[in-house]
Design a protein around this ligand. Structure first.
Ligand code: CMC
Length: 375
Protein backbone atom coordinates (compact mmCIF):
# COMPACT_ATOMS: atom_id res chain seq x y z
CA UNK A 1 0.00 0.00 0.00
CA UNK A 2 0.95 3.60 -0.65
CA UNK A 3 2.43 5.74 2.09
CA UNK A 4 -0.37 7.78 3.67
CA UNK A 5 -0.05 11.48 4.52
CA UNK A 6 1.90 11.76 7.75
CA UNK A 7 0.91 14.65 10.02
CA UNK A 8 4.25 15.02 11.78
CA UNK A 9 3.71 16.68 15.15
CA UNK A 10 -0.03 16.18 14.46
CA UNK A 11 0.06 19.62 12.81
CA UNK A 12 -3.41 20.65 11.71
CA UNK A 13 -5.10 17.47 13.00
CA UNK A 14 -8.46 17.76 14.80
CA UNK A 15 -8.26 14.90 17.29
CA UNK A 16 -11.63 15.42 19.05
CA UNK A 17 -14.30 17.99 19.87
CA UNK A 18 -14.15 20.06 23.07
CA UNK A 19 -16.37 22.68 24.72
CA UNK A 20 -13.76 23.98 27.17
CA UNK A 21 -11.81 26.61 25.23
CA UNK A 22 -11.48 27.95 21.73
CA UNK A 23 -8.40 29.40 20.04
CA UNK A 24 -9.07 31.74 17.15
CA UNK A 25 -5.70 32.44 15.50
CA UNK A 26 -7.31 34.69 12.85
CA UNK A 27 -8.22 37.22 15.53
CA UNK A 28 -5.52 36.28 18.06
CA UNK A 29 -8.21 35.41 20.55
CA UNK A 30 -8.89 32.73 23.12
CA UNK A 31 -12.08 32.02 25.07
CA UNK A 32 -12.74 29.75 28.04
CA UNK A 33 -16.34 28.47 27.91
CA UNK A 34 -17.16 31.44 25.66
CA UNK A 35 -15.50 34.22 27.72
CA UNK A 36 -12.48 36.08 26.32
CA UNK A 37 -9.40 35.38 28.46
CA UNK A 38 -8.43 39.03 28.75
CA UNK A 39 -11.94 39.79 30.02
CA UNK A 40 -11.65 37.01 32.61
CA UNK A 41 -8.15 38.18 33.56
CA UNK A 42 -9.25 41.77 34.18
CA UNK A 43 -12.53 40.99 35.94
CA UNK A 44 -12.29 37.66 37.75
CA UNK A 45 -10.19 35.86 40.34
CA UNK A 46 -8.37 32.64 39.44
CA UNK A 47 -10.79 30.75 41.71
CA UNK A 48 -13.73 31.95 39.58
CA UNK A 49 -11.96 30.81 36.42
CA UNK A 50 -11.15 27.39 37.91
CA UNK A 51 -14.83 26.99 38.75
CA UNK A 52 -15.77 28.10 35.22
CA UNK A 53 -13.46 25.55 33.59
CA UNK A 54 -14.86 22.69 35.65
CA UNK A 55 -18.52 23.66 35.84
CA UNK A 56 -18.99 25.44 32.50
CA UNK A 57 -20.45 28.60 34.10
CA UNK A 58 -19.04 31.37 36.30
CA UNK A 59 -20.01 31.00 39.97
CA UNK A 60 -22.38 33.39 41.75
CA UNK A 61 -21.20 34.80 45.10
CA UNK A 62 -22.60 31.91 47.10
CA UNK A 63 -21.17 29.26 44.79
CA UNK A 64 -17.79 30.98 44.85
CA UNK A 65 -17.69 31.13 48.64
CA UNK A 66 -18.62 27.44 48.86
CA UNK A 67 -15.95 26.54 46.29
CA UNK A 68 -13.28 28.57 48.10
CA UNK A 69 -14.17 27.00 51.46
CA UNK A 70 -14.18 23.50 49.98
CA UNK A 71 -10.78 23.84 48.32
CA UNK A 72 -9.16 25.79 51.19
CA UNK A 73 -10.04 22.88 53.49
CA UNK A 74 -8.05 20.53 51.20
CA UNK A 75 -4.77 22.47 51.13
CA UNK A 76 -2.82 20.43 53.70
CA UNK A 77 -0.58 17.66 52.41
CA UNK A 78 -0.04 14.51 54.47
CA UNK A 79 2.78 13.96 56.97
CA UNK A 80 3.90 11.06 54.74
CA UNK A 81 4.25 13.37 51.74
CA UNK A 82 6.13 15.89 53.86
CA UNK A 83 8.56 13.10 54.81
CA UNK A 84 8.98 12.03 51.17
CA UNK A 85 9.61 15.65 50.14
CA UNK A 86 12.34 15.98 52.77
CA UNK A 87 14.10 13.02 51.10
CA UNK A 88 14.16 14.65 47.64
CA UNK A 89 17.68 15.61 46.46
CA UNK A 90 18.21 19.32 47.22
CA UNK A 91 19.24 19.97 43.59
CA UNK A 92 16.22 18.21 42.03
CA UNK A 93 14.32 20.36 39.56
CA UNK A 94 11.02 21.59 41.07
CA UNK A 95 9.14 20.23 38.03
CA UNK A 96 10.45 16.76 38.90
CA UNK A 97 9.57 17.19 42.56
CA UNK A 98 6.02 18.37 41.87
CA UNK A 99 5.56 15.52 39.36
CA UNK A 100 6.67 13.05 42.03
CA UNK A 101 4.56 14.69 44.74
CA UNK A 102 1.42 14.53 42.55
CA UNK A 103 2.12 10.89 41.78
CA UNK A 104 2.46 10.24 45.54
CA UNK A 105 -0.84 12.06 46.21
CA UNK A 106 -2.41 9.45 43.92
CA UNK A 107 -1.25 6.67 46.23
CA UNK A 108 -2.87 8.35 49.19
CA UNK A 109 -6.02 9.65 47.57
CA UNK A 110 -9.12 8.44 49.44
CA UNK A 111 -10.79 7.59 46.13
CA UNK A 112 -7.78 6.15 44.33
CA UNK A 113 -8.88 3.85 41.52
CA UNK A 114 -12.37 5.41 41.29
CA UNK A 115 -12.73 7.02 37.86
CA UNK A 116 -16.40 7.98 38.14
CA UNK A 117 -17.06 11.57 37.12
CA UNK A 118 -17.94 12.60 40.70
CA UNK A 119 -14.73 11.09 42.14
CA UNK A 120 -12.56 12.55 39.36
CA UNK A 121 -14.04 16.03 40.06
CA UNK A 122 -13.23 15.73 43.75
CA UNK A 123 -9.69 14.60 42.89
CA UNK A 124 -9.23 17.60 40.58
CA UNK A 125 -10.19 19.98 43.39
CA UNK A 126 -7.89 18.21 45.84
CA UNK A 127 -4.98 18.54 43.40
CA UNK A 128 -5.79 22.21 42.77
CA UNK A 129 -5.75 22.78 46.55
CA UNK A 130 -2.64 20.72 47.38
CA UNK A 131 -0.26 21.44 44.49
CA UNK A 132 0.85 24.88 45.84
CA UNK A 133 1.46 23.31 49.27
CA UNK A 134 3.69 20.64 47.73
CA UNK A 135 5.54 23.18 45.55
CA UNK A 136 6.15 25.36 48.63
CA UNK A 137 7.25 22.45 50.84
CA UNK A 138 9.67 21.06 48.22
CA UNK A 139 11.12 24.51 47.49
CA UNK A 140 11.66 25.25 51.15
CA UNK A 141 13.08 21.77 51.85
CA UNK A 142 15.63 22.33 49.06
CA UNK A 143 16.79 25.42 50.98
CA UNK A 144 16.88 23.58 54.31
CA UNK A 145 13.76 25.41 55.52
CA UNK A 146 10.72 24.00 57.29
CA UNK A 147 7.49 24.00 55.26
CA UNK A 148 4.84 26.60 56.02
CA UNK A 149 1.25 25.59 56.76
CA UNK A 150 -1.35 26.75 54.23
CA UNK A 151 -3.71 29.38 55.56
CA UNK A 152 -7.35 28.53 54.77
CA UNK A 153 -8.26 32.24 54.91
CA UNK A 154 -5.91 33.07 52.06
CA UNK A 155 -6.98 33.41 48.45
CA UNK A 156 -5.27 31.06 46.00
CA UNK A 157 -2.72 33.75 45.06
CA UNK A 158 -2.02 34.82 48.67
CA UNK A 159 -1.52 31.18 49.59
CA UNK A 160 1.09 30.58 46.86
CA UNK A 161 3.20 33.56 47.96
CA UNK A 162 2.84 32.61 51.61
CA UNK A 163 3.83 28.97 51.04
CA UNK A 164 6.80 29.69 48.77
CA UNK A 165 8.12 33.09 49.84
CA UNK A 166 6.74 33.28 53.38
CA UNK A 167 5.13 36.67 52.65
CA UNK A 168 1.93 38.00 51.15
CA UNK A 169 2.75 40.90 48.80
CA UNK A 170 0.77 44.03 48.00
CA UNK A 171 -2.54 43.78 46.08
CA UNK A 172 -0.99 44.86 42.75
CA UNK A 173 1.43 41.93 42.85
CA UNK A 174 -1.32 39.49 43.84
CA UNK A 175 -3.44 40.75 40.95
CA UNK A 176 -0.60 40.31 38.43
CA UNK A 177 -0.02 36.79 39.74
CA UNK A 178 -3.73 35.97 39.51
CA UNK A 179 -3.75 37.25 35.93
CA UNK A 180 -0.88 34.88 35.09
CA UNK A 181 -2.80 31.98 36.63
CA UNK A 182 -5.90 32.83 34.59
CA UNK A 183 -3.95 33.15 31.34
CA UNK A 184 -2.07 29.89 31.92
CA UNK A 185 -5.16 27.89 32.95
CA UNK A 186 -6.27 26.38 29.66
CA UNK A 187 -5.28 26.21 25.99
CA UNK A 188 -7.09 23.47 24.00
CA UNK A 189 -5.06 20.44 22.85
CA UNK A 190 -1.54 21.59 23.73
CA UNK A 191 1.03 18.83 24.36
CA UNK A 192 0.49 18.41 28.11
CA UNK A 193 -3.31 18.56 27.89
CA UNK A 194 -3.34 16.05 25.07
CA UNK A 195 -1.05 13.84 27.15
CA UNK A 196 -3.52 14.00 30.06
CA UNK A 197 -6.38 13.10 27.69
CA UNK A 198 -4.41 10.24 26.15
CA UNK A 199 -3.68 8.75 29.58
CA UNK A 200 -7.36 9.18 30.50
CA UNK A 201 -8.40 7.38 27.32
CA UNK A 202 -6.98 4.13 28.72
CA UNK A 203 -9.29 4.55 31.76
CA UNK A 204 -6.32 5.42 33.96
CA UNK A 205 -7.15 7.84 36.77
CA UNK A 206 -6.82 11.59 37.41
CA UNK A 207 -3.49 11.45 39.25
CA UNK A 208 -1.92 9.38 36.46
CA UNK A 209 -3.15 11.82 33.83
CA UNK A 210 -1.91 14.88 35.75
CA UNK A 211 1.46 13.29 36.55
CA UNK A 212 1.93 12.66 32.83
CA UNK A 213 0.76 16.21 32.02
CA UNK A 214 3.40 17.64 34.35
CA UNK A 215 6.07 15.49 32.68
CA UNK A 216 5.03 16.87 29.27
CA UNK A 217 4.88 20.47 30.47
CA UNK A 218 8.48 20.46 31.68
CA UNK A 219 10.07 20.53 28.24
CA UNK A 220 11.43 23.86 26.97
CA UNK A 221 9.31 23.72 23.81
CA UNK A 222 6.26 23.84 26.11
CA UNK A 223 5.97 25.17 29.69
CA UNK A 224 9.70 25.04 30.36
CA UNK A 225 9.99 28.05 28.04
CA UNK A 226 9.04 30.51 30.82
CA UNK A 227 12.18 29.51 32.72
CA UNK A 228 14.29 29.54 29.54
CA UNK A 229 13.09 33.10 28.81
CA UNK A 230 14.39 34.40 32.14
CA UNK A 231 17.72 32.59 31.73
CA UNK A 232 17.99 34.28 28.33
CA UNK A 233 17.15 37.75 29.69
CA UNK A 234 19.74 37.31 32.45
CA UNK A 235 22.35 36.11 29.96
CA UNK A 236 21.77 39.25 27.87
CA UNK A 237 21.77 41.33 31.05
CA UNK A 238 21.77 44.76 29.43
CA UNK A 239 19.31 46.34 26.97
CA UNK A 240 22.27 47.72 24.97
CA UNK A 241 23.38 44.14 24.23
CA UNK A 242 19.98 42.74 23.28
CA UNK A 243 20.13 43.26 19.49
CA UNK A 244 23.63 41.86 19.06
CA UNK A 245 22.79 38.87 21.21
CA UNK A 246 19.72 38.17 19.11
CA UNK A 247 21.62 38.49 15.83
CA UNK A 248 24.10 35.93 17.18
CA UNK A 249 21.17 33.55 17.65
CA UNK A 250 20.01 34.23 14.09
CA UNK A 251 23.52 33.36 12.81
CA UNK A 252 23.28 29.93 14.47
CA UNK A 253 19.64 29.46 13.45
CA UNK A 254 19.02 28.85 17.16
CA UNK A 255 15.57 29.00 18.77
CA UNK A 256 14.77 32.13 20.72
CA UNK A 257 12.76 31.02 23.72
CA UNK A 258 9.35 32.54 24.33
CA UNK A 259 8.74 33.12 20.62
CA UNK A 260 6.63 31.22 18.13
CA UNK A 261 3.53 29.14 18.57
CA UNK A 262 2.02 26.12 16.85
CA UNK A 263 -1.42 27.72 16.59
CA UNK A 264 -0.90 31.48 16.72
CA UNK A 265 1.16 32.73 13.82
CA UNK A 266 0.31 36.43 14.12
CA UNK A 267 0.34 36.95 17.90
CA UNK A 268 -0.62 35.10 21.09
CA UNK A 269 -3.94 36.37 22.51
CA UNK A 270 -2.59 36.27 26.06
CA UNK A 271 0.57 38.30 25.53
CA UNK A 272 -0.80 41.90 25.67
CA UNK A 273 -2.51 41.31 29.03
CA UNK A 274 0.48 39.54 30.58
CA UNK A 275 2.87 42.19 29.24
CA UNK A 276 0.75 44.94 30.82
CA UNK A 277 0.97 43.23 34.23
CA UNK A 278 4.68 42.42 33.84
CA UNK A 279 5.22 46.15 33.20
CA UNK A 280 3.34 46.90 36.42
CA UNK A 281 5.69 44.53 38.28
CA UNK A 282 8.69 46.38 36.83
CA UNK A 283 7.23 49.59 38.28
CA UNK A 284 6.59 48.01 41.69
CA UNK A 285 10.17 46.68 41.89
CA UNK A 286 11.63 49.76 40.15
CA UNK A 287 13.63 47.59 37.77
CA UNK A 288 13.02 48.19 34.06
CA UNK A 289 15.97 46.13 32.77
CA UNK A 290 14.08 42.93 31.92
CA UNK A 291 11.08 44.55 30.27
CA UNK A 292 13.38 46.82 28.30
CA UNK A 293 15.41 43.87 26.96
CA UNK A 294 12.11 42.11 26.23
CA UNK A 295 10.79 45.08 24.29
CA UNK A 296 13.90 45.17 22.08
CA UNK A 297 13.86 41.40 21.45
CA UNK A 298 10.15 41.38 20.57
CA UNK A 299 10.48 44.29 18.13
CA UNK A 300 13.54 42.78 16.44
CA UNK A 301 12.03 39.26 16.20
CA UNK A 302 8.96 40.73 14.55
CA UNK A 303 10.91 42.93 12.15
CA UNK A 304 13.54 40.39 11.09
CA UNK A 305 11.70 37.04 11.47
CA UNK A 306 8.03 37.95 11.62
CA UNK A 307 7.72 35.78 14.77
CA UNK A 308 5.63 36.95 17.73
CA UNK A 309 6.19 36.26 21.44
CA UNK A 310 4.07 33.67 23.29
CA UNK A 311 2.73 33.86 26.86
CA UNK A 312 5.94 32.52 28.37
CA UNK A 313 7.80 35.60 27.15
CA UNK A 314 6.15 38.14 29.51
CA UNK A 315 5.37 35.53 32.20
CA UNK A 316 9.08 34.76 32.77
CA UNK A 317 10.14 38.30 33.75
CA UNK A 318 6.83 38.85 35.58
CA UNK A 319 7.54 35.91 37.91
CA UNK A 320 11.12 37.07 38.40
CA UNK A 321 9.90 40.55 39.36
CA UNK A 322 7.39 38.96 41.77
CA UNK A 323 10.33 37.39 43.59
CA UNK A 324 10.14 33.77 42.44
CA UNK A 325 13.32 31.86 41.61
CA UNK A 326 13.56 30.68 38.00
CA UNK A 327 13.12 26.91 38.60
CA UNK A 328 9.72 27.65 40.16
CA UNK A 329 8.28 29.28 37.03
CA UNK A 330 7.09 26.10 35.32
CA UNK A 331 5.73 24.65 38.59
CA UNK A 332 3.65 27.85 38.90
CA UNK A 333 2.33 27.05 35.41
CA UNK A 334 1.38 23.60 36.82
CA UNK A 335 -0.48 25.23 39.74
CA UNK A 336 -2.64 26.95 37.12
CA UNK A 337 -2.88 24.38 34.32
CA UNK A 338 -4.13 21.67 36.71
CA UNK A 339 -7.52 23.32 36.14
CA UNK A 340 -7.47 22.99 32.34
CA UNK A 341 -5.89 19.53 32.41
CA UNK A 342 -8.48 18.17 34.78
CA UNK A 343 -11.38 19.79 32.88
CA UNK A 344 -10.10 17.88 29.83
CA UNK A 345 -9.76 14.66 31.81
CA UNK A 346 -13.43 15.01 32.83
CA UNK A 347 -14.47 15.82 29.26
CA UNK A 348 -12.49 12.86 27.85
CA UNK A 349 -14.21 10.63 30.40
CA UNK A 350 -17.67 11.72 29.25
CA UNK A 351 -17.54 9.88 25.92
CA UNK A 352 -14.19 8.15 25.98
CA UNK A 353 -12.62 6.22 23.16
CA UNK A 354 -9.09 4.83 23.47
CA UNK A 355 -6.60 7.13 21.69
CA UNK A 356 -4.47 4.93 19.49
CA UNK A 357 -3.09 6.35 16.21
CA UNK A 358 -1.12 4.46 13.56
CA UNK A 359 2.53 4.61 12.53
CA UNK A 360 3.86 4.06 9.00
CA UNK A 361 6.65 1.47 9.21
CA UNK A 362 10.00 2.38 7.63
CA UNK A 363 12.27 -0.34 9.13
CA UNK A 364 13.72 -3.46 7.43
CA UNK A 365 11.45 -5.90 5.62
CA UNK A 366 10.57 -9.10 7.47
CA UNK A 367 13.60 -11.39 7.85
CA UNK A 368 14.63 -14.57 9.73
CA UNK A 369 16.33 -14.38 13.15
CA UNK A 370 19.96 -15.42 12.51
CA UNK A 371 21.60 -17.89 14.92
CA UNK A 372 23.88 -16.27 17.52
CA UNK A 373 27.09 -17.59 15.91
CA UNK A 374 26.41 -15.82 12.59
CA UNK A 375 25.57 -12.31 13.97
N1 CMC B 1 13.00 31.11 17.46
C1 CMC B 1 13.49 31.11 16.20
N2 CMC B 1 12.82 30.62 15.16
C2 CMC B 1 11.60 30.11 15.39
C3 CMC B 1 11.03 30.08 16.66
C4 CMC B 1 11.78 30.60 17.72
N3 CMC B 1 11.31 30.60 18.97
N4 CMC B 1 9.81 29.51 16.61
C5 CMC B 1 9.61 29.19 15.33
N5 CMC B 1 10.68 29.55 14.59
C6 CMC B 1 10.84 29.35 13.15
C7 CMC B 1 11.13 27.91 12.86
O1 CMC B 1 12.51 27.63 12.91
C8 CMC B 1 10.56 27.73 11.51
O2 CMC B 1 11.46 28.26 10.57
P1 CMC B 1 11.68 27.54 9.13
O3 CMC B 1 10.34 27.60 8.47
O4 CMC B 1 12.74 28.37 8.50
O5 CMC B 1 12.12 26.14 9.44
C9 CMC B 1 9.35 28.65 11.52
O6 CMC B 1 9.62 29.62 12.53
C10 CMC B 1 8.04 27.93 11.82
O7 CMC B 1 8.13 27.29 13.08
P2 CMC B 1 7.81 25.76 13.36
O8 CMC B 1 9.05 25.08 13.86
O9 CMC B 1 7.13 25.15 12.18
O10 CMC B 1 6.77 25.89 14.51
P3 CMC B 1 6.15 24.70 15.37
O11 CMC B 1 4.70 24.92 15.36
O12 CMC B 1 6.64 23.37 14.95
O13 CMC B 1 6.78 24.99 16.81
C11 CMC B 1 7.17 25.99 18.91
C12 CMC B 1 6.19 25.81 17.74
C13 CMC B 1 6.43 26.71 20.01
C14 CMC B 1 7.64 24.62 19.42
C15 CMC B 1 8.37 26.83 18.43
O14 CMC B 1 7.93 28.09 18.00
C16 CMC B 1 9.44 26.97 19.49
O15 CMC B 1 10.26 26.06 19.66
N6 CMC B 1 9.47 28.11 20.26
C17 CMC B 1 10.41 28.30 21.33
C18 CMC B 1 9.95 27.60 22.59
C19 CMC B 1 8.75 28.28 23.23
O16 CMC B 1 8.74 29.48 23.42
N7 CMC B 1 7.76 27.47 23.61
C20 CMC B 1 6.54 27.94 24.27
C21 CMC B 1 5.34 27.61 23.44
S1 CMC B 1 3.84 28.48 23.82
C22 CMC B 1 3.41 28.35 25.46
C23 CMC B 1 3.68 27.09 26.16
O17 CMC B 1 3.40 25.98 25.69
O18 CMC B 1 4.17 27.21 27.27
Amino acid sequence: TEKPTIYKGLVGVYADVSSISKVMPETNSLTYRGYAVQDLAENCSFEEVAYLLWEGELPNQQQLEAFKAETAAEREISPALHRVIKEFPADAHPMDTIRTAVSFMGLEDPETGDISDAAQRRKAKRLFAKIPTAIGAAYRASKGLEPLAPNPKHSFAENVFHLVQGRVPEPEVLKAFDVSMILYAEHTFNASTYTARLVTSTQADMHGAITAGIAALKGPLHGGANEAVMHMLKEIGDPAKAKDWLHGRFDHKALVMGFGHRVYKSGDSRVPTMTKYAEKMAEVVQDRTWMEISRILAAEMLEKKNIHPNLDFPAGPAYHLMGFEIPLFTPLFVASRITGWSAHVLEQGEDNRLIRPLSWYTGPEQRPVPPMASR
